[in-house]
Design a protein around this ligand. Sequence first.
Ligand code: NBP
Length: 484
Amino acid sequence: MEPKGDIALIGLAVMGQNLILNMADHGYTVVAFNRTVSKVDEFLNDQAKGHDKVLGAHSIEEMVRLLKKPRKIMLMVKAGKPVDEFIETLLPHLEPGDLIIDGGNSHFPDTIRRTKYLEGKGLLYIGTGVSGGEEGARHGPSIMPGGSAKAWPLVKDIFQSIAAKTPDGEPCCDWVGDDGAGHYVKMTHNGIEYGDMQLICEAYQLMKEGLGMSNQEMHEAFAEWNEGELDSYLIEITRDILAHQENGEYTVDKILDTAGQKGTGKWTGVSSLDLGIPVTLIGEAVYARCLSAMKDERVAASKILTGPDCKFTGEKKAFVEDIRQALLASKIVSYAQGFMLMREASKEYKWKLNYGAVAMMWRGGCIIRSAFLGKIKAAFDRKPDLRNLLLDEYFHGVIDRCQPSWRRVVRSAVEMGVPGPAFTTALAFYDGYRSERLPANLLQAQRDYFGAHTYERIDKPRGQYFHTNWTGRGGTVASGTYNA
Ligand code: NBP
Protein backbone atom coordinates (compact mmCIF):
# COMPACT_ATOMS: atom_id res chain seq x y z
CA MET A 1 0.00 0.00 0.00
CA GLU A 2 1.22 3.49 -0.90
CA PRO A 3 2.19 5.40 2.27
CA LYS A 4 -0.23 8.28 2.82
CA GLY A 5 0.86 9.89 6.05
CA ASP A 6 2.23 13.45 5.84
CA ILE A 7 3.38 13.40 9.46
CA ALA A 8 3.15 11.13 12.50
CA LEU A 9 2.36 12.32 15.99
CA ILE A 10 3.33 10.33 19.06
CA GLY A 11 1.68 11.19 22.38
CA LEU A 12 -2.08 11.10 22.55
CA ALA A 13 -2.61 13.27 25.63
CA VAL A 14 -4.38 16.63 25.51
CA MET A 15 -1.83 18.47 23.33
CA GLY A 16 -1.14 15.62 20.89
CA GLN A 17 -4.79 14.78 20.21
CA ASN A 18 -5.72 18.39 19.54
CA LEU A 19 -2.72 19.02 17.28
CA ILE A 20 -3.62 15.94 15.22
CA LEU A 21 -7.20 17.16 14.75
CA ASN A 22 -5.92 20.65 13.86
CA MET A 23 -3.53 19.19 11.22
CA ALA A 24 -6.27 16.94 9.82
CA ASP A 25 -8.64 19.92 9.52
CA HIS A 26 -5.97 21.63 7.42
CA GLY A 27 -5.82 18.72 4.96
CA TYR A 28 -2.81 16.79 6.30
CA THR A 29 -2.93 13.05 6.83
CA VAL A 30 -1.63 12.33 10.32
CA VAL A 31 -0.56 8.98 11.74
CA ALA A 32 -1.36 8.74 15.45
CA PHE A 33 0.65 6.61 17.88
CA ASN A 34 1.02 6.36 21.65
CA ARG A 35 3.18 4.43 24.13
CA THR A 36 0.05 2.91 25.68
CA VAL A 37 -1.25 1.58 22.38
CA SER A 38 -4.86 1.13 23.55
CA LYS A 39 -5.16 4.95 23.52
CA VAL A 40 -4.79 4.89 19.72
CA ASP A 41 -8.08 3.07 19.20
CA GLU A 42 -9.76 5.06 21.97
CA PHE A 43 -8.77 8.24 20.09
CA LEU A 44 -9.84 6.89 16.68
CA ASN A 45 -13.21 5.82 18.05
CA ASP A 46 -13.85 8.99 20.02
CA GLN A 47 -12.38 12.45 19.24
CA ALA A 48 -11.03 11.44 15.80
CA LYS A 49 -14.14 9.52 14.74
CA GLY A 50 -15.12 10.35 11.19
CA HIS A 51 -11.80 12.06 10.38
CA ASP A 52 -10.48 10.13 7.36
CA LYS A 53 -7.23 12.06 7.57
CA VAL A 54 -6.33 10.51 10.93
CA LEU A 55 -4.72 7.07 10.67
CA GLY A 56 -3.92 4.92 13.69
CA ALA A 57 -0.71 2.93 14.12
CA HIS A 58 -0.36 0.11 16.64
CA SER A 59 3.41 -0.20 16.48
CA ILE A 60 6.39 1.94 15.54
CA GLU A 61 6.91 -0.29 12.48
CA GLU A 62 3.35 0.32 11.28
CA MET A 63 3.66 4.06 11.95
CA VAL A 64 6.88 4.30 9.90
CA ARG A 65 5.35 2.22 7.06
CA LEU A 66 2.41 4.62 6.81
CA LEU A 67 4.62 7.70 6.37
CA LYS A 68 5.74 9.36 3.14
CA LYS A 69 9.50 10.00 2.88
CA PRO A 70 11.32 11.91 4.23
CA ARG A 71 9.44 10.86 7.33
CA LYS A 72 8.31 13.50 9.80
CA ILE A 73 7.58 12.30 13.31
CA MET A 74 6.44 14.67 16.03
CA LEU A 75 6.68 13.79 19.72
CA MET A 76 4.12 15.36 22.07
CA VAL A 77 5.14 13.43 25.17
CA LYS A 78 6.19 14.38 28.67
CA ALA A 79 9.44 16.37 28.55
CA GLY A 80 12.67 14.78 29.78
CA LYS A 81 13.54 11.09 29.63
CA PRO A 82 10.48 10.03 27.55
CA VAL A 83 11.80 12.15 24.65
CA ASP A 84 15.25 10.49 24.75
CA GLU A 85 13.63 7.06 25.07
CA PHE A 86 11.39 7.62 22.05
CA ILE A 87 14.32 8.93 19.99
CA GLU A 88 16.24 5.71 20.72
CA THR A 89 13.17 3.61 19.87
CA LEU A 90 12.69 5.43 16.58
CA LEU A 91 16.32 5.44 15.41
CA PRO A 92 16.54 1.87 14.02
CA HIS A 93 13.45 2.55 11.88
CA LEU A 94 14.60 5.80 10.25
CA GLU A 95 16.79 6.75 7.28
CA PRO A 96 19.08 9.73 6.69
CA GLY A 97 17.00 12.84 5.94
CA ASP A 98 14.08 11.78 8.16
CA LEU A 99 12.94 14.30 10.76
CA ILE A 100 12.09 13.98 14.45
CA ILE A 101 10.26 16.93 16.04
CA ASP A 102 9.89 17.42 19.78
CA GLY A 103 6.91 19.67 20.50
CA GLY A 104 6.98 19.31 24.29
CA ASN A 105 8.32 21.75 26.85
CA SER A 106 11.90 20.48 26.70
CA HIS A 107 14.75 22.33 28.36
CA PHE A 108 16.84 24.03 25.64
CA PRO A 109 20.21 22.39 26.58
CA ASP A 110 18.53 19.00 25.93
CA THR A 111 17.42 20.24 22.51
CA ILE A 112 20.96 21.47 21.70
CA ARG A 113 22.29 18.03 22.66
CA ARG A 114 19.62 16.10 20.72
CA THR A 115 20.05 18.20 17.57
CA LYS A 116 23.79 17.49 17.53
CA TYR A 117 23.21 13.80 18.26
CA LEU A 118 20.68 13.25 15.47
CA GLU A 119 22.47 15.42 12.91
CA GLY A 120 25.52 13.24 13.63
CA LYS A 121 23.44 10.29 12.45
CA GLY A 122 22.32 12.04 9.24
CA LEU A 123 18.84 12.78 10.61
CA LEU A 124 17.14 16.13 11.10
CA TYR A 125 15.77 17.42 14.38
CA ILE A 126 13.43 20.20 15.45
CA GLY A 127 12.70 21.26 19.03
CA THR A 128 9.65 23.46 18.97
CA GLY A 129 7.74 25.40 21.57
CA VAL A 130 3.98 24.98 21.24
CA SER A 131 1.91 27.37 23.33
CA GLY A 132 -1.75 27.97 23.91
CA GLY A 133 -2.74 24.85 25.84
CA GLU A 134 -5.59 22.62 24.69
CA GLU A 135 -7.56 25.38 22.95
CA GLY A 136 -4.47 26.64 21.09
CA ALA A 137 -3.45 23.16 19.96
CA ARG A 138 -6.93 22.56 18.54
CA HIS A 139 -7.61 25.90 16.88
CA GLY A 140 -4.24 27.58 16.39
CA PRO A 141 -1.24 27.57 18.72
CA SER A 142 1.82 29.76 18.69
CA ILE A 143 4.61 27.53 17.33
CA MET A 144 8.31 28.36 17.89
CA PRO A 145 10.52 25.90 15.97
CA GLY A 146 14.31 25.67 16.09
CA GLY A 147 16.86 22.94 15.33
CA SER A 148 18.26 21.69 12.00
CA ALA A 149 17.73 24.60 9.57
CA LYS A 150 17.36 22.09 6.69
CA ALA A 151 14.26 20.67 8.39
CA TRP A 152 12.26 23.91 8.25
CA PRO A 153 11.10 23.59 4.59
CA LEU A 154 9.78 20.09 5.41
CA VAL A 155 7.30 21.33 8.02
CA LYS A 156 6.89 25.03 7.25
CA ASP A 157 3.55 24.63 5.43
CA ILE A 158 2.09 22.28 8.04
CA PHE A 159 3.14 24.42 11.00
CA GLN A 160 2.19 27.76 9.49
CA SER A 161 -1.20 26.52 8.38
CA ILE A 162 -2.17 25.11 11.80
CA ALA A 163 -0.70 28.05 13.78
CA ALA A 164 -2.74 30.96 15.13
CA LYS A 165 -2.84 34.05 12.95
CA THR A 166 -2.19 37.67 13.95
CA PRO A 167 -5.00 40.19 13.32
CA ASP A 168 -3.16 40.96 10.03
CA GLY A 169 -3.35 37.28 9.03
CA GLU A 170 0.35 36.46 9.62
CA PRO A 171 1.00 32.97 11.05
CA CYS A 172 2.22 32.93 14.67
CA CYS A 173 5.02 30.59 13.64
CA ASP A 174 8.36 31.22 12.01
CA TRP A 175 11.82 29.67 12.05
CA VAL A 176 13.53 30.75 15.27
CA GLY A 177 17.10 29.49 14.79
CA ASP A 178 19.56 26.66 15.23
CA ASP A 179 19.42 23.80 17.77
CA GLY A 180 17.81 24.97 21.06
CA ALA A 181 16.62 28.41 19.85
CA GLY A 182 12.94 27.43 19.57
CA HIS A 183 12.80 25.94 23.04
CA TYR A 184 14.72 28.91 24.46
CA VAL A 185 12.16 31.33 23.04
CA LYS A 186 9.35 29.14 24.40
CA MET A 187 11.04 29.07 27.81
CA THR A 188 11.31 32.89 27.79
CA HIS A 189 7.65 33.08 26.75
CA ASN A 190 6.71 30.97 29.78
CA GLY A 191 8.89 33.13 32.04
CA ILE A 192 7.15 36.26 30.76
CA GLU A 193 3.84 34.49 31.35
CA TYR A 194 4.86 34.01 35.02
CA GLY A 195 5.62 37.75 35.21
CA ASP A 196 2.33 38.83 33.60
CA MET A 197 0.34 36.57 35.93
CA GLN A 198 2.19 37.87 39.00
CA LEU A 199 1.55 41.50 38.01
CA ILE A 200 -2.17 40.77 37.62
CA CYS A 201 -2.21 39.02 41.00
CA GLU A 202 -0.53 42.02 42.66
CA ALA A 203 -3.11 44.35 41.09
CA TYR A 204 -5.83 42.02 42.44
CA GLN A 205 -4.38 42.00 45.97
CA LEU A 206 -4.07 45.79 46.01
CA MET A 207 -7.68 46.19 44.86
CA LYS A 208 -8.97 43.55 47.26
CA GLU A 209 -6.96 44.29 50.40
CA GLY A 210 -5.83 47.86 49.80
CA LEU A 211 -9.08 49.24 48.41
CA GLY A 212 -11.54 46.66 49.78
CA MET A 213 -13.10 46.12 46.33
CA SER A 214 -15.64 43.34 45.80
CA ASN A 215 -15.17 40.60 43.18
CA GLN A 216 -17.87 42.26 41.07
CA GLU A 217 -16.07 45.62 41.21
CA MET A 218 -12.77 43.96 40.29
CA HIS A 219 -14.48 42.04 37.48
CA GLU A 220 -15.71 45.36 36.09
CA ALA A 221 -12.26 46.96 36.39
CA PHE A 222 -10.60 44.10 34.49
CA ALA A 223 -13.38 44.20 31.87
CA GLU A 224 -12.62 47.89 31.33
CA TRP A 225 -8.85 47.29 31.22
CA ASN A 226 -9.34 44.64 28.58
CA GLU A 227 -10.86 47.24 26.26
CA GLY A 228 -7.68 49.35 26.22
CA GLU A 229 -3.89 49.12 26.21
CA LEU A 230 -3.91 46.02 28.42
CA ASP A 231 -6.16 44.05 26.06
CA SER A 232 -4.83 40.50 26.44
CA TYR A 233 -5.80 36.89 27.04
CA LEU A 234 -4.65 36.92 30.69
CA ILE A 235 -6.61 40.10 31.57
CA GLU A 236 -9.64 38.61 29.79
CA ILE A 237 -9.56 35.33 31.72
CA THR A 238 -8.97 37.21 35.00
CA ARG A 239 -12.11 39.25 34.26
CA ASP A 240 -14.08 36.02 33.79
CA ILE A 241 -12.51 34.20 36.74
CA LEU A 242 -13.49 37.05 39.10
CA ALA A 243 -17.16 36.77 38.08
CA HIS A 244 -17.34 32.97 38.22
CA GLN A 245 -19.64 31.51 40.88
CA GLU A 246 -20.49 27.99 42.04
CA ASN A 247 -23.56 27.50 44.25
CA GLY A 248 -23.85 31.24 44.72
CA GLU A 249 -20.27 31.63 45.91
CA TYR A 250 -17.28 33.07 44.10
CA THR A 251 -15.02 30.20 42.96
CA VAL A 252 -11.83 32.24 43.24
CA ASP A 253 -12.43 32.80 46.97
CA LYS A 254 -12.53 29.04 47.56
CA ILE A 255 -9.16 28.31 45.95
CA LEU A 256 -6.18 27.65 48.23
CA ASP A 257 -3.50 30.34 47.86
CA THR A 258 -0.54 28.09 47.05
CA ALA A 259 0.79 28.27 43.49
CA GLY A 260 2.20 25.36 41.53
CA GLN A 261 4.89 25.50 38.88
CA LYS A 262 6.39 23.15 36.32
CA GLY A 263 9.84 24.70 36.01
CA THR A 264 9.95 26.86 32.90
CA GLY A 265 9.90 30.08 34.98
CA LYS A 266 12.74 28.74 37.09
CA TRP A 267 14.70 27.79 33.93
CA THR A 268 14.32 31.39 32.72
CA GLY A 269 15.63 32.70 36.03
CA VAL A 270 18.56 30.26 36.04
CA SER A 271 19.46 31.16 32.46
CA SER A 272 19.34 34.87 33.32
CA LEU A 273 21.78 34.28 36.19
CA ASP A 274 24.02 32.16 33.94
CA LEU A 275 24.09 34.88 31.29
CA GLY A 276 24.31 37.78 33.78
CA ILE A 277 21.14 39.53 32.63
CA PRO A 278 18.92 41.10 35.33
CA VAL A 279 15.56 39.50 34.54
CA THR A 280 14.33 40.60 37.92
CA LEU A 281 10.59 40.57 37.37
CA ILE A 282 10.38 36.95 36.26
CA GLY A 283 12.70 36.06 39.16
CA GLU A 284 10.31 37.75 41.62
CA ALA A 285 7.37 36.00 39.99
CA VAL A 286 9.01 32.60 40.54
CA TYR A 287 9.88 33.48 44.15
CA ALA A 288 6.33 34.74 44.77
CA ARG A 289 5.05 31.29 43.79
CA CYS A 290 7.62 29.70 46.14
CA LEU A 291 6.51 31.96 49.00
CA SER A 292 2.86 31.19 48.31
CA ALA A 293 3.62 27.47 48.57
CA MET A 294 4.92 27.97 52.15
CA LYS A 295 1.35 28.15 53.39
CA ASP A 296 1.80 26.60 56.85
CA GLU A 297 4.79 28.80 57.62
CA ARG A 298 2.93 31.91 56.45
CA VAL A 299 -0.11 31.07 58.57
CA ALA A 300 2.15 30.70 61.64
CA ALA A 301 4.05 33.91 60.84
CA SER A 302 0.82 35.85 60.30
CA LYS A 303 0.01 35.32 63.99
CA ILE A 304 3.36 36.76 65.14
CA LEU A 305 4.64 39.32 62.64
CA THR A 306 2.96 42.69 62.36
CA GLY A 307 2.69 45.25 59.56
CA PRO A 308 1.63 48.90 59.29
CA ASP A 309 -1.83 49.95 60.38
CA CYS A 310 -2.38 52.10 57.34
CA LYS A 311 -5.64 52.22 55.40
CA PHE A 312 -6.17 53.69 51.95
CA THR A 313 -7.76 57.12 52.22
CA GLY A 314 -7.55 58.51 48.69
CA GLU A 315 -9.94 58.40 45.78
CA LYS A 316 -10.64 54.76 44.94
CA LYS A 317 -11.43 55.17 41.24
CA ALA A 318 -8.31 57.24 40.64
CA PHE A 319 -6.18 54.63 42.41
CA VAL A 320 -7.59 51.82 40.25
CA GLU A 321 -6.40 53.84 37.26
CA ASP A 322 -3.00 54.21 38.98
CA ILE A 323 -2.83 50.41 39.35
CA ARG A 324 -3.64 49.98 35.65
CA GLN A 325 -0.81 52.30 34.70
CA ALA A 326 1.61 50.66 37.16
CA LEU A 327 0.75 47.30 35.62
CA LEU A 328 1.37 48.58 32.11
CA ALA A 329 4.72 50.20 33.01
CA SER A 330 5.87 47.09 34.91
CA LYS A 331 4.84 44.90 31.99
CA ILE A 332 6.98 46.99 29.64
CA VAL A 333 9.95 46.45 31.98
CA SER A 334 9.29 42.71 32.10
CA TYR A 335 9.21 42.37 28.30
CA ALA A 336 12.28 44.61 28.01
CA GLN A 337 14.08 42.24 30.39
CA GLY A 338 12.86 39.16 28.47
CA PHE A 339 14.16 40.57 25.19
CA MET A 340 17.47 41.54 26.86
CA LEU A 341 17.77 37.90 27.91
CA MET A 342 17.06 36.57 24.40
CA ARG A 343 19.56 39.03 22.95
CA GLU A 344 22.31 37.74 25.24
CA ALA A 345 21.34 34.08 24.65
CA SER A 346 21.38 34.71 20.91
CA LYS A 347 24.95 36.00 21.26
CA GLU A 348 26.05 33.20 23.59
CA TYR A 349 24.55 30.35 21.52
CA LYS A 350 25.01 32.02 18.07
CA TRP A 351 21.33 31.89 17.13
CA LYS A 352 20.72 35.20 15.26
CA LEU A 353 17.23 35.58 16.76
CA ASN A 354 14.80 37.85 14.95
CA TYR A 355 13.04 39.77 17.74
CA GLY A 356 10.25 41.18 15.59
CA ALA A 357 9.43 37.64 14.45
CA VAL A 358 9.41 36.46 18.07
CA ALA A 359 6.94 39.21 19.03
CA MET A 360 4.78 38.19 16.07
CA MET A 361 4.83 34.51 17.10
CA TRP A 362 3.54 35.54 20.53
CA ARG A 363 0.93 37.91 19.07
CA GLY A 364 -1.68 35.14 18.84
CA GLY A 365 -2.32 31.57 19.97
CA CYS A 366 -0.30 31.68 23.18
CA ILE A 367 -1.03 32.54 26.80
CA ILE A 368 0.69 35.97 26.69
CA ARG A 369 -1.05 37.02 23.47
CA SER A 370 -1.99 40.68 23.60
CA ALA A 371 -2.39 43.88 21.63
CA PHE A 372 0.80 45.02 23.43
CA LEU A 373 2.89 42.48 21.45
CA GLY A 374 1.83 44.25 18.26
CA LYS A 375 3.53 47.38 19.67
CA ILE A 376 6.70 45.35 20.35
CA LYS A 377 6.67 44.01 16.81
CA ALA A 378 6.28 47.58 15.51
CA ALA A 379 9.22 48.72 17.69
CA PHE A 380 11.51 46.06 16.15
CA ASP A 381 10.18 46.87 12.67
CA ARG A 382 11.16 50.51 13.25
CA LYS A 383 14.62 49.51 14.51
CA PRO A 384 15.59 45.82 14.11
CA ASP A 385 18.76 46.34 16.21
CA LEU A 386 16.89 48.13 19.02
CA ARG A 387 19.11 47.76 22.09
CA ASN A 388 16.32 47.81 24.65
CA LEU A 389 12.54 48.12 24.39
CA LEU A 390 12.63 50.87 27.01
CA LEU A 391 14.54 53.02 24.53
CA ASP A 392 11.88 52.74 21.83
CA GLU A 393 10.04 56.05 21.44
CA TYR A 394 6.58 54.50 21.90
CA PHE A 395 7.51 52.55 25.03
CA HIS A 396 9.44 55.30 26.77
CA GLY A 397 6.53 57.60 26.00
CA VAL A 398 4.19 55.18 27.79
CA ILE A 399 6.56 54.87 30.74
CA ASP A 400 6.81 58.68 31.01
CA ARG A 401 3.03 58.87 31.12
CA CYS A 402 2.62 56.00 33.63
CA GLN A 403 5.51 56.89 35.92
CA PRO A 404 3.68 59.08 38.48
CA SER A 405 0.95 56.42 38.91
CA TRP A 406 3.53 53.63 39.09
CA ARG A 407 5.42 55.39 41.90
CA ARG A 408 2.17 56.16 43.79
CA VAL A 409 1.17 52.48 43.61
CA VAL A 410 4.54 51.21 44.86
CA ARG A 411 4.55 53.82 47.66
CA SER A 412 0.98 53.00 48.73
CA ALA A 413 1.63 49.25 48.64
CA VAL A 414 4.66 49.72 50.91
CA GLU A 415 2.73 52.01 53.24
CA MET A 416 -0.21 49.62 53.49
CA GLY A 417 2.00 46.55 53.82
CA VAL A 418 0.54 44.87 50.73
CA PRO A 419 3.31 42.92 48.96
CA GLY A 420 4.02 44.02 45.41
CA PRO A 421 7.31 42.34 44.49
CA ALA A 422 6.87 42.54 40.71
CA PHE A 423 5.65 46.17 40.66
CA THR A 424 8.51 47.11 42.99
CA THR A 425 11.32 45.27 41.22
CA ALA A 426 10.21 46.67 37.87
CA LEU A 427 10.46 50.21 39.21
CA ALA A 428 13.82 49.54 40.88
CA PHE A 429 15.14 48.11 37.61
CA TYR A 430 13.87 51.13 35.71
CA ASP A 431 15.58 53.50 38.12
CA GLY A 432 18.79 51.46 37.96
CA TYR A 433 18.79 51.17 34.18
CA ARG A 434 18.35 54.91 33.72
CA SER A 435 21.16 55.73 36.23
CA GLU A 436 24.37 56.99 34.72
CA ARG A 437 26.10 56.22 37.99
CA LEU A 438 25.31 53.37 40.40
CA PRO A 439 26.92 52.70 43.81
CA ALA A 440 29.08 49.92 42.39
CA ASN A 441 32.14 52.16 42.92
CA LEU A 442 31.73 51.52 46.64
CA LEU A 443 31.13 47.84 46.01
CA GLN A 444 34.35 47.58 44.00
CA ALA A 445 36.20 49.35 46.81
CA GLN A 446 34.81 46.79 49.30
CA ARG A 447 35.87 43.90 47.06
CA ASP A 448 39.33 45.36 46.67
CA TYR A 449 39.55 46.05 50.43
CA PHE A 450 38.83 42.50 51.59
CA GLY A 451 39.97 40.46 48.60
CA ALA A 452 42.40 42.60 46.57
CA HIS A 453 40.04 42.11 43.61
CA THR A 454 41.15 45.42 41.99
CA TYR A 455 38.99 48.09 40.32
CA GLU A 456 38.90 50.28 37.22
CA ARG A 457 39.08 54.09 37.60
CA ILE A 458 36.97 56.83 36.03
CA ASP A 459 40.15 58.83 35.31
CA LYS A 460 41.94 55.96 33.50
CA PRO A 461 41.08 53.95 30.34
CA ARG A 462 38.81 50.92 30.71
CA GLY A 463 40.67 47.64 31.07
CA GLN A 464 43.33 48.95 33.46
CA TYR A 465 43.00 47.53 36.97
CA PHE A 466 44.19 49.10 40.22
CA HIS A 467 44.63 47.91 43.77
CA THR A 468 44.80 50.06 46.88
CA ASN A 469 46.50 49.05 50.11
CA TRP A 470 43.45 50.24 52.11
CA THR A 471 44.74 49.61 55.64
CA GLY A 472 48.45 50.08 55.17
CA ARG A 473 48.85 46.51 56.45
CA GLY A 474 48.11 44.61 53.21
CA GLY A 475 50.63 44.16 50.41
CA THR A 476 50.53 45.48 46.88
CA VAL A 477 49.75 42.09 45.32
CA ALA A 478 46.29 41.92 43.66
CA SER A 479 44.13 38.79 43.50
CA GLY A 480 45.02 36.65 40.54
CA THR A 481 41.52 35.22 40.44
CA TYR A 482 39.96 38.52 39.39
CA ASN A 483 37.67 37.96 36.47
CA ALA A 484 36.57 41.18 34.86
P1 NBP B 1 1.74 14.99 29.19
O1 NBP B 1 2.86 15.92 29.46
O2 NBP B 1 0.81 14.63 30.29
O3 NBP B 1 2.37 13.63 28.58
C1 NBP B 1 1.56 12.57 28.25
C2 NBP B 1 2.15 11.77 27.13
O4 NBP B 1 3.49 11.39 27.44
C3 NBP B 1 1.37 10.49 26.92
O5 NBP B 1 1.35 10.21 25.54
C4 NBP B 1 2.23 9.48 27.68
O6 NBP B 1 2.07 8.15 27.22
C5 NBP B 1 3.60 9.97 27.35
N1 NBP B 1 4.63 9.46 28.27
C6 NBP B 1 4.80 9.62 29.59
BR1 NBP B 1 3.66 10.54 30.69
N2 NBP B 1 5.86 8.99 30.07
C7 NBP B 1 6.41 8.40 29.01
C8 NBP B 1 7.55 7.61 28.85
N3 NBP B 1 8.34 7.32 29.87
N4 NBP B 1 7.85 7.17 27.60
C9 NBP B 1 7.07 7.47 26.58
N5 NBP B 1 5.96 8.23 26.66
C10 NBP B 1 5.63 8.69 27.87
O7 NBP B 1 0.87 15.49 27.93
P2 NBP B 1 0.44 16.94 27.46
O8 NBP B 1 -0.14 17.75 28.58
O9 NBP B 1 -0.37 16.73 26.23
O10 NBP B 1 1.81 17.63 27.05
C11 NBP B 1 2.67 17.10 26.05
C12 NBP B 1 3.90 17.99 25.99
O11 NBP B 1 3.50 19.32 25.62
C13 NBP B 1 4.64 18.14 27.32
O12 NBP B 1 6.01 18.28 27.10
C14 NBP B 1 4.09 19.44 27.88
O13 NBP B 1 4.99 20.06 28.77
C15 NBP B 1 3.91 20.25 26.61
N6 NBP B 1 2.89 21.29 26.69
C16 NBP B 1 1.73 21.10 27.37
C17 NBP B 1 0.78 22.11 27.42
C18 NBP B 1 -0.52 21.91 28.14
O14 NBP B 1 -1.27 22.90 28.26
N7 NBP B 1 -0.85 20.71 28.61
C19 NBP B 1 1.01 23.32 26.76
C20 NBP B 1 2.19 23.47 26.05
C21 NBP B 1 3.12 22.46 26.02
P3 NBP B 1 1.04 7.14 27.94
O15 NBP B 1 -0.29 7.51 27.43
O16 NBP B 1 1.50 5.82 27.52
O17 NBP B 1 1.17 7.38 29.43
